[in-house]
Write a protein that binds this ligand. Structure first.
Ligand code: ACO
Length: 418
Protein backbone atom coordinates (compact mmCIF):
# COMPACT_ATOMS: atom_id res chain seq x y z
CA UNK A 1 0.00 0.00 0.00
CA UNK A 2 1.17 3.54 -0.79
CA UNK A 3 -0.54 6.75 0.28
CA UNK A 4 -2.42 6.80 -3.03
CA UNK A 5 -3.18 3.18 -3.87
CA UNK A 6 -3.40 -0.40 -2.67
CA UNK A 7 -2.15 -3.20 -4.83
CA UNK A 8 -4.01 -6.48 -4.50
CA UNK A 9 -3.21 -9.73 -6.30
CA UNK A 10 -5.90 -12.40 -6.46
CA UNK A 11 -5.54 -15.61 -8.47
CA UNK A 12 -2.57 -14.06 -10.25
CA UNK A 13 -4.47 -10.92 -11.29
CA UNK A 14 -3.40 -7.59 -9.84
CA UNK A 15 -5.63 -4.61 -9.28
CA UNK A 16 -4.41 -1.16 -8.28
CA UNK A 17 -7.05 0.29 -6.00
CA UNK A 18 -7.04 4.05 -5.34
CA UNK A 19 -7.02 5.23 -1.74
CA UNK A 20 -9.41 8.04 -0.92
CA UNK A 21 -8.82 10.38 2.02
CA UNK A 22 -11.70 12.38 3.47
CA UNK A 23 -11.39 15.90 4.91
CA UNK A 24 -11.30 14.41 8.42
CA UNK A 25 -8.54 11.96 7.38
CA UNK A 26 -10.77 8.95 6.98
CA UNK A 27 -9.21 6.42 4.62
CA UNK A 28 -11.07 4.29 2.09
CA UNK A 29 -10.04 1.84 -0.58
CA UNK A 30 -12.00 2.40 -3.76
CA UNK A 31 -12.92 -1.05 -5.06
CA UNK A 32 -14.80 0.14 -8.16
CA UNK A 33 -12.58 -1.87 -10.52
CA UNK A 34 -11.90 -4.91 -8.29
CA UNK A 35 -14.44 -7.28 -9.87
CA UNK A 36 -13.62 -6.17 -13.40
CA UNK A 37 -9.88 -6.68 -12.86
CA UNK A 38 -9.77 -9.76 -10.58
CA UNK A 39 -13.24 -11.37 -10.64
CA UNK A 40 -13.58 -10.85 -6.86
CA UNK A 41 -16.23 -8.87 -5.00
CA UNK A 42 -16.07 -7.93 -1.31
CA UNK A 43 -18.49 -9.25 1.31
CA UNK A 44 -19.54 -7.15 4.29
CA UNK A 45 -22.70 -8.18 6.15
CA UNK A 46 -24.49 -5.12 7.52
CA UNK A 47 -22.06 -2.86 5.57
CA UNK A 48 -20.00 -2.44 8.73
CA UNK A 49 -16.89 -1.46 6.73
CA UNK A 50 -18.36 -0.32 3.46
CA UNK A 51 -18.73 3.29 2.41
CA UNK A 52 -21.65 3.62 0.01
CA UNK A 53 -20.95 7.20 -0.99
CA UNK A 54 -18.87 10.30 -0.35
CA UNK A 55 -20.83 12.98 1.48
CA UNK A 56 -20.33 16.58 2.61
CA UNK A 57 -23.28 16.65 5.00
CA UNK A 58 -22.50 14.99 8.34
CA UNK A 59 -19.28 13.94 10.04
CA UNK A 60 -19.46 11.33 12.74
CA UNK A 61 -16.62 9.76 14.70
CA UNK A 62 -18.06 7.01 16.84
CA UNK A 63 -14.80 6.33 18.67
CA UNK A 64 -14.40 9.96 19.71
CA UNK A 65 -18.11 10.69 20.17
CA UNK A 66 -18.14 13.49 17.56
CA UNK A 67 -21.16 14.55 15.49
CA UNK A 68 -21.08 17.58 13.17
CA UNK A 69 -23.53 18.85 10.58
CA UNK A 70 -21.70 20.63 7.73
CA UNK A 71 -18.74 21.15 10.09
CA UNK A 72 -20.76 22.60 12.99
CA UNK A 73 -20.63 20.75 16.28
CA UNK A 74 -23.95 19.23 17.33
CA UNK A 75 -23.80 20.74 20.82
CA UNK A 76 -23.36 24.28 19.37
CA UNK A 77 -26.31 23.76 17.06
CA UNK A 78 -28.51 22.27 19.78
CA UNK A 79 -27.70 25.14 22.12
CA UNK A 80 -27.70 28.13 19.78
CA UNK A 81 -29.62 27.28 16.62
CA UNK A 82 -33.16 26.20 15.81
CA UNK A 83 -34.63 23.38 13.78
CA UNK A 84 -35.50 25.16 10.55
CA UNK A 85 -32.09 26.88 10.52
CA UNK A 86 -30.46 23.46 10.91
CA UNK A 87 -32.68 22.09 8.12
CA UNK A 88 -31.46 24.95 5.87
CA UNK A 89 -27.85 24.21 6.83
CA UNK A 90 -28.19 20.50 6.04
CA UNK A 91 -29.90 21.17 2.73
CA UNK A 92 -27.81 24.03 1.35
CA UNK A 93 -24.47 23.57 3.13
CA UNK A 94 -24.25 26.99 4.84
CA UNK A 95 -26.05 28.69 7.69
CA UNK A 96 -28.67 31.10 6.32
CA UNK A 97 -28.50 34.86 6.75
CA UNK A 98 -31.41 36.32 8.75
CA UNK A 99 -33.16 37.24 5.47
CA UNK A 100 -32.59 33.79 3.95
CA UNK A 101 -33.96 32.11 7.08
CA UNK A 102 -37.04 34.36 7.14
CA UNK A 103 -37.66 33.55 3.47
CA UNK A 104 -37.19 29.80 4.08
CA UNK A 105 -39.59 29.85 7.06
CA UNK A 106 -42.16 31.76 4.99
CA UNK A 107 -41.92 29.24 2.15
CA UNK A 108 -42.46 26.41 4.66
CA UNK A 109 -45.57 28.13 6.02
CA UNK A 110 -46.94 28.87 2.54
CA UNK A 111 -46.58 25.25 1.40
CA UNK A 112 -47.79 23.58 4.60
CA UNK A 113 -51.37 22.66 3.65
CA UNK A 114 -51.70 18.94 2.92
CA UNK A 115 -54.02 17.44 0.28
CA UNK A 116 -57.68 17.46 1.32
CA UNK A 117 -57.82 13.65 1.04
CA UNK A 118 -55.18 13.11 3.78
CA UNK A 119 -57.69 12.89 6.62
CA UNK A 120 -59.85 10.43 4.69
CA UNK A 121 -56.82 8.22 3.91
CA UNK A 122 -55.92 8.10 7.61
CA UNK A 123 -59.48 7.39 8.71
CA UNK A 124 -59.80 4.58 6.13
CA UNK A 125 -56.88 2.68 7.63
CA UNK A 126 -57.76 -0.17 10.04
CA UNK A 127 -58.07 0.95 13.66
CA UNK A 128 -54.84 0.21 15.52
CA UNK A 129 -52.63 0.62 12.43
CA UNK A 130 -49.21 1.62 13.75
CA UNK A 131 -48.55 5.39 13.43
CA UNK A 132 -45.42 4.70 11.38
CA UNK A 133 -47.48 2.73 8.84
CA UNK A 134 -49.97 5.62 8.71
CA UNK A 135 -47.14 8.13 8.23
CA UNK A 136 -45.50 6.07 5.48
CA UNK A 137 -48.89 5.84 3.71
CA UNK A 138 -49.80 9.55 3.77
CA UNK A 139 -46.24 10.51 2.80
CA UNK A 140 -46.18 8.34 -0.33
CA UNK A 141 -49.73 9.55 -1.08
CA UNK A 142 -48.31 13.07 -1.61
CA UNK A 143 -46.84 11.74 -4.87
CA UNK A 144 -50.39 11.52 -6.23
CA UNK A 145 -50.76 15.28 -6.00
CA UNK A 146 -47.39 16.83 -6.81
CA UNK A 147 -46.15 16.52 -10.40
CA UNK A 148 -42.71 15.07 -10.96
CA UNK A 149 -41.49 14.12 -7.50
CA UNK A 150 -38.37 12.47 -8.95
CA UNK A 151 -37.12 15.87 -10.12
CA UNK A 152 -34.54 17.62 -7.99
CA UNK A 153 -36.52 20.83 -7.51
CA UNK A 154 -36.95 23.45 -4.82
CA UNK A 155 -40.70 22.83 -5.01
CA UNK A 156 -40.36 19.15 -4.06
CA UNK A 157 -37.92 19.89 -1.24
CA UNK A 158 -40.06 22.66 0.29
CA UNK A 159 -43.24 20.64 -0.20
CA UNK A 160 -42.14 17.62 1.78
CA UNK A 161 -40.52 19.69 4.56
CA UNK A 162 -43.54 21.99 4.87
CA UNK A 163 -46.20 19.31 4.90
CA UNK A 164 -44.48 16.70 7.04
CA UNK A 165 -45.16 18.19 10.53
CA UNK A 166 -48.83 18.53 9.55
CA UNK A 167 -48.89 14.87 8.48
CA UNK A 168 -47.18 13.74 11.70
CA UNK A 169 -49.62 15.73 13.87
CA UNK A 170 -52.60 14.29 11.96
CA UNK A 171 -51.24 10.75 12.35
CA UNK A 172 -50.77 11.23 16.10
CA UNK A 173 -54.34 12.50 16.51
CA UNK A 174 -55.81 9.83 14.25
CA UNK A 175 -54.03 7.12 16.29
CA UNK A 176 -55.95 8.32 19.32
CA UNK A 177 -59.27 8.64 17.47
CA UNK A 178 -59.17 12.45 17.87
CA UNK A 179 -60.37 15.10 15.38
CA UNK A 180 -57.75 16.98 13.39
CA UNK A 181 -56.70 20.49 14.39
CA UNK A 182 -56.41 23.09 11.58
CA UNK A 183 -52.97 24.07 10.36
CA UNK A 184 -51.99 27.58 11.56
CA UNK A 185 -49.85 29.24 8.90
CA UNK A 186 -48.94 32.09 11.25
CA UNK A 187 -47.30 29.86 13.83
CA UNK A 188 -43.69 28.72 13.58
CA UNK A 189 -42.78 25.17 12.47
CA UNK A 190 -42.45 23.53 15.90
CA UNK A 191 -45.19 25.51 17.71
CA UNK A 192 -47.67 24.72 14.94
CA UNK A 193 -46.76 21.03 15.11
CA UNK A 194 -47.31 20.88 18.88
CA UNK A 195 -50.53 22.91 18.63
CA UNK A 196 -51.88 20.59 15.90
CA UNK A 197 -50.94 17.56 17.99
CA UNK A 198 -52.29 18.58 21.39
CA UNK A 199 -55.01 21.04 20.37
CA UNK A 200 -53.58 23.80 22.56
CA UNK A 201 -50.56 26.10 22.42
CA UNK A 202 -47.43 24.51 23.92
CA UNK A 203 -45.35 26.21 26.62
CA UNK A 204 -42.03 27.82 25.65
CA UNK A 205 -40.15 25.07 27.55
CA UNK A 206 -41.85 22.34 25.53
CA UNK A 207 -41.35 24.14 22.20
CA UNK A 208 -37.67 24.60 23.04
CA UNK A 209 -37.20 20.96 24.13
CA UNK A 210 -38.98 19.67 21.02
CA UNK A 211 -36.88 21.93 18.81
CA UNK A 212 -33.71 20.59 20.43
CA UNK A 213 -34.83 16.97 20.03
CA UNK A 214 -35.52 17.57 16.35
CA UNK A 215 -32.07 19.15 15.84
CA UNK A 216 -30.39 16.18 17.54
CA UNK A 217 -32.16 13.76 15.19
CA UNK A 218 -31.78 15.83 12.02
CA UNK A 219 -29.06 13.75 10.36
CA UNK A 220 -26.78 10.86 11.16
CA UNK A 221 -24.95 10.11 7.90
CA UNK A 222 -25.43 6.72 6.22
CA UNK A 223 -27.65 4.94 8.79
CA UNK A 224 -30.29 2.34 7.88
CA UNK A 225 -33.14 4.74 7.00
CA UNK A 226 -30.93 7.32 5.26
CA UNK A 227 -29.26 4.62 3.16
CA UNK A 228 -32.77 3.42 2.31
CA UNK A 229 -33.81 6.91 1.17
CA UNK A 230 -30.69 7.21 -1.01
CA UNK A 231 -31.04 3.73 -2.48
CA UNK A 232 -34.77 4.10 -3.26
CA UNK A 233 -34.12 7.57 -4.71
CA UNK A 234 -31.28 6.12 -6.81
CA UNK A 235 -33.86 4.17 -8.83
CA UNK A 236 -35.38 7.56 -9.71
CA UNK A 237 -38.41 6.85 -7.53
CA UNK A 238 -39.94 10.16 -6.43
CA UNK A 239 -38.99 12.02 -3.25
CA UNK A 240 -42.25 11.13 -1.46
CA UNK A 241 -41.73 7.40 -2.13
CA UNK A 242 -38.07 7.67 -1.08
CA UNK A 243 -38.96 9.39 2.22
CA UNK A 244 -41.82 6.94 2.81
CA UNK A 245 -39.32 4.07 2.43
CA UNK A 246 -37.05 5.82 4.95
CA UNK A 247 -39.97 6.00 7.40
CA UNK A 248 -40.48 2.24 7.07
CA UNK A 249 -36.80 1.56 7.67
CA UNK A 250 -36.79 3.85 10.70
CA UNK A 251 -39.76 2.02 12.24
CA UNK A 252 -37.73 -1.05 13.31
CA UNK A 253 -36.82 -1.36 17.01
CA UNK A 254 -33.11 -1.73 16.19
CA UNK A 255 -33.27 1.75 14.63
CA UNK A 256 -35.77 4.58 15.34
CA UNK A 257 -38.33 2.23 16.84
CA UNK A 258 -36.00 1.91 19.83
CA UNK A 259 -37.54 5.00 21.47
CA UNK A 260 -40.92 3.21 21.66
CA UNK A 261 -39.22 -0.03 22.69
CA UNK A 262 -37.36 1.76 25.52
CA UNK A 263 -40.57 3.03 27.08
CA UNK A 264 -42.34 -0.31 26.67
CA UNK A 265 -39.41 -2.01 28.32
CA UNK A 266 -39.43 0.45 31.24
CA UNK A 267 -43.18 -0.18 31.61
CA UNK A 268 -42.62 -3.95 31.57
CA UNK A 269 -39.87 -3.69 34.22
CA UNK A 270 -42.14 -1.51 36.38
CA UNK A 271 -45.02 -3.99 36.02
CA UNK A 272 -42.69 -6.83 36.97
CA UNK A 273 -41.85 -5.13 40.27
CA UNK A 274 -39.02 -2.83 39.19
CA UNK A 275 -36.07 -5.18 39.80
CA UNK A 276 -33.56 -3.66 37.34
CA UNK A 277 -30.77 -6.07 38.34
CA UNK A 278 -32.89 -8.96 37.05
CA UNK A 279 -33.25 -7.33 33.61
CA UNK A 280 -29.58 -6.36 33.44
CA UNK A 281 -28.74 -10.02 34.13
CA UNK A 282 -31.14 -11.11 31.39
CA UNK A 283 -29.54 -8.70 28.91
CA UNK A 284 -26.16 -10.28 29.67
CA UNK A 285 -27.47 -13.81 29.19
CA UNK A 286 -27.09 -14.67 25.49
CA UNK A 287 -29.73 -17.43 25.76
CA UNK A 288 -32.43 -15.04 26.98
CA UNK A 289 -32.75 -13.28 23.61
CA UNK A 290 -33.33 -10.10 25.65
CA UNK A 291 -31.56 -6.80 24.96
CA UNK A 292 -31.66 -3.59 26.92
CA UNK A 293 -33.39 -1.19 24.57
CA UNK A 294 -31.72 2.21 24.26
CA UNK A 295 -28.23 0.82 24.88
CA UNK A 296 -25.51 0.30 22.31
CA UNK A 297 -25.03 1.81 18.90
CA UNK A 298 -23.60 0.58 15.62
CA UNK A 299 -21.13 3.45 15.31
CA UNK A 300 -20.81 5.10 18.73
CA UNK A 301 -18.35 3.15 20.82
CA UNK A 302 -18.09 6.12 23.15
CA UNK A 303 -20.88 8.11 24.76
CA UNK A 304 -23.36 9.23 22.06
CA UNK A 305 -22.83 13.06 22.01
CA UNK A 306 -26.55 13.51 21.40
CA UNK A 307 -27.32 11.48 24.54
CA UNK A 308 -25.27 13.92 26.66
CA UNK A 309 -27.27 16.92 25.39
CA UNK A 310 -30.61 15.17 25.56
CA UNK A 311 -29.99 13.92 29.10
CA UNK A 312 -29.66 17.55 30.24
CA UNK A 313 -32.77 18.52 28.30
CA UNK A 314 -34.58 15.54 29.80
CA UNK A 315 -33.81 16.71 33.35
CA UNK A 316 -35.02 20.25 32.50
CA UNK A 317 -38.31 19.10 30.98
CA UNK A 318 -39.07 16.71 33.84
CA UNK A 319 -38.32 19.45 36.39
CA UNK A 320 -40.41 21.98 34.52
CA UNK A 321 -43.36 19.64 34.20
CA UNK A 322 -42.89 18.38 37.75
CA UNK A 323 -43.10 14.81 36.48
CA UNK A 324 -42.47 12.08 39.06
CA UNK A 325 -42.60 8.65 37.56
CA UNK A 326 -41.31 5.28 38.78
CA UNK A 327 -40.12 4.57 35.24
CA UNK A 328 -37.60 7.41 35.56
CA UNK A 329 -36.08 5.82 38.65
CA UNK A 330 -35.89 2.54 36.74
CA UNK A 331 -34.25 4.34 33.80
CA UNK A 332 -31.65 5.92 36.09
CA UNK A 333 -30.88 2.54 37.70
CA UNK A 334 -30.46 0.90 34.28
CA UNK A 335 -28.23 3.74 33.13
CA UNK A 336 -26.03 3.46 36.22
CA UNK A 337 -25.87 -0.34 35.99
CA UNK A 338 -24.84 -0.19 32.34
CA UNK A 339 -22.23 2.50 32.94
CA UNK A 340 -20.54 0.40 35.64
CA UNK A 341 -21.22 -3.21 34.64
CA UNK A 342 -18.24 -5.01 33.08
CA UNK A 343 -20.43 -6.58 30.32
CA UNK A 344 -21.64 -3.16 29.10
CA UNK A 345 -18.34 -1.36 29.71
CA UNK A 346 -16.21 -3.85 27.73
CA UNK A 347 -18.69 -3.85 24.83
CA UNK A 348 -18.95 -0.06 24.99
CA UNK A 349 -22.72 -0.17 25.31
CA UNK A 350 -23.70 3.32 26.41
CA UNK A 351 -27.22 4.76 26.62
CA UNK A 352 -28.11 6.07 23.17
CA UNK A 353 -30.22 9.05 22.13
CA UNK A 354 -33.41 6.96 22.13
CA UNK A 355 -33.00 6.00 25.76
CA UNK A 356 -33.59 9.60 26.84
CA UNK A 357 -35.86 10.78 24.01
CA UNK A 358 -38.45 8.15 24.92
CA UNK A 359 -38.51 9.45 28.49
CA UNK A 360 -38.97 13.08 27.37
CA UNK A 361 -41.72 12.21 24.88
CA UNK A 362 -43.54 10.32 27.61
CA UNK A 363 -43.32 13.34 29.95
CA UNK A 364 -44.65 15.55 27.13
CA UNK A 365 -47.62 13.14 26.91
CA UNK A 366 -47.10 11.79 23.43
CA UNK A 367 -48.62 8.29 23.17
CA UNK A 368 -45.83 5.68 23.29
CA UNK A 369 -46.54 4.19 19.86
CA UNK A 370 -46.18 7.64 18.23
CA UNK A 371 -42.60 8.27 19.47
CA UNK A 372 -40.96 7.05 16.27
CA UNK A 373 -43.00 9.50 14.16
CA UNK A 374 -41.24 12.26 16.16
CA UNK A 375 -37.89 10.78 15.23
CA UNK A 376 -39.04 10.81 11.59
CA UNK A 377 -39.99 14.49 11.88
CA UNK A 378 -36.50 15.27 13.18
CA UNK A 379 -34.72 13.11 10.59
CA UNK A 380 -36.62 14.52 7.60
CA UNK A 381 -34.15 17.35 6.72
CA UNK A 382 -31.31 14.82 6.80
CA UNK A 383 -33.17 12.42 4.52
CA UNK A 384 -34.00 15.22 2.09
CA UNK A 385 -30.45 16.64 2.16
CA UNK A 386 -29.03 13.17 1.47
CA UNK A 387 -31.55 12.56 -1.33
CA UNK A 388 -30.59 15.95 -2.82
CA UNK A 389 -26.86 15.15 -2.57
CA UNK A 390 -27.41 11.74 -4.20
CA UNK A 391 -29.20 13.48 -7.09
CA UNK A 392 -26.58 16.24 -7.41
CA UNK A 393 -23.79 13.63 -7.46
CA UNK A 394 -25.70 11.75 -10.19
CA UNK A 395 -25.08 8.53 -8.28
CA UNK A 396 -25.82 5.25 -10.06
CA UNK A 397 -28.68 3.00 -8.97
CA UNK A 398 -27.81 1.18 -5.72
CA UNK A 399 -27.38 -2.48 -6.52
CA UNK A 400 -25.15 -4.57 -4.22
CA UNK A 401 -23.62 -7.89 -5.26
CA UNK A 402 -23.98 -11.18 -3.38
CA UNK A 403 -22.19 -14.47 -2.97
CA UNK A 404 -24.66 -17.14 -4.00
CA UNK A 405 -24.70 -20.11 -1.57
CA UNK A 406 -27.82 -21.96 -2.80
CA UNK A 407 -28.30 -25.11 -4.88
CA UNK A 408 -26.33 -25.48 -8.10
CA UNK A 409 -28.10 -26.44 -11.33
CA UNK A 410 -30.44 -29.40 -10.92
CA UNK A 411 -32.93 -30.97 -13.35
CA UNK A 412 -36.59 -30.00 -13.10
CA UNK A 413 -38.93 -32.98 -12.67
CA UNK A 414 -42.65 -32.31 -13.26
CA UNK A 415 -44.90 -33.25 -10.31
CA UNK A 416 -47.22 -35.36 -12.50
CA UNK A 417 -44.36 -37.66 -13.53
CA UNK A 418 -43.29 -38.41 -9.94
N1 ACO B 1 -28.21 -5.21 25.39
C1 ACO B 1 -27.40 -6.26 25.65
N2 ACO B 1 -26.36 -6.63 24.88
C2 ACO B 1 -26.11 -5.91 23.77
C3 ACO B 1 -26.92 -4.80 23.44
C4 ACO B 1 -27.98 -4.44 24.29
N3 ACO B 1 -28.78 -3.40 23.99
N4 ACO B 1 -26.45 -4.25 22.27
C5 ACO B 1 -25.40 -5.00 21.92
N5 ACO B 1 -25.19 -6.00 22.82
C6 ACO B 1 -24.07 -6.97 22.81
C7 ACO B 1 -24.26 -8.04 21.75
O1 ACO B 1 -24.94 -9.16 22.25
C8 ACO B 1 -22.83 -8.34 21.36
O2 ACO B 1 -22.26 -9.15 22.39
P1 ACO B 1 -21.10 -10.23 22.02
O3 ACO B 1 -19.98 -9.43 21.45
O4 ACO B 1 -20.80 -10.88 23.31
O5 ACO B 1 -21.74 -11.16 21.01
C9 ACO B 1 -22.13 -6.99 21.44
O6 ACO B 1 -22.89 -6.25 22.41
C10 ACO B 1 -22.10 -6.22 20.12
O7 ACO B 1 -23.44 -6.13 19.62
P2 ACO B 1 -23.86 -6.12 18.10
O8 ACO B 1 -25.28 -6.56 17.97
O9 ACO B 1 -22.82 -6.86 17.30
O10 ACO B 1 -23.73 -4.60 17.76
P3 ACO B 1 -24.33 -3.89 16.49
O11 ACO B 1 -23.44 -2.75 16.21
O12 ACO B 1 -24.59 -4.86 15.39
O13 ACO B 1 -25.77 -3.40 17.00
C11 ACO B 1 -27.50 -2.12 17.97
C12 ACO B 1 -26.05 -2.13 17.44
C13 ACO B 1 -28.44 -2.71 16.94
C14 ACO B 1 -27.91 -0.66 18.21
C15 ACO B 1 -27.52 -2.92 19.30
O14 ACO B 1 -26.66 -2.36 20.24
C16 ACO B 1 -28.94 -3.03 19.87
O15 ACO B 1 -29.70 -3.93 19.50
N6 ACO B 1 -29.34 -2.09 20.81
C17 ACO B 1 -30.69 -2.06 21.34
C18 ACO B 1 -31.62 -1.39 20.37
C19 ACO B 1 -31.41 0.11 20.28
O16 ACO B 1 -31.29 0.79 21.29
N7 ACO B 1 -31.39 0.63 19.04
C20 ACO B 1 -31.25 2.07 18.79
C21 ACO B 1 -29.98 2.36 18.10
S1 ACO B 1 -29.78 4.10 18.00
C22 ACO B 1 -30.65 4.59 16.64
O17 ACO B 1 -30.95 3.88 15.74
C23 ACO B 1 -31.01 5.99 16.63
Amino acid sequence: MSAEKVSITLNGKTSELPVLVGTENEYAINIDKLREETGFVTLDFGYKNTGATTSKITFLDGEEGILRYRGYDISDLAEKSNFTEVAYLLLYGELPTAAQLADFNQKLKDASDVPAETGAILKAMPKGTHPMAQLAAVTVALSGVFGDGAKLSEENIINILAKFPVLVAMVIRNSQGLDFIPNDKNADYVSNFLQMTFGKPASAVLVDAMDKLLILHADHEQNCSTSTVRIVGSSNANIYASISAGISALWGPLHGGANQAVLEQLEAIEKDGGDTAKFVAMAKDKNSGFRLMGFGHRVYKNFDPRARIIKKSCDEVLNDLGVKDKKLTIATELEQAALHDEYFVTRKLYPNVDFYSGIIYKAMEFPTDTFTTLFALGRLPGWVAQWKEMKENKEPIGRPRQIYTGATLRPYVAVSER
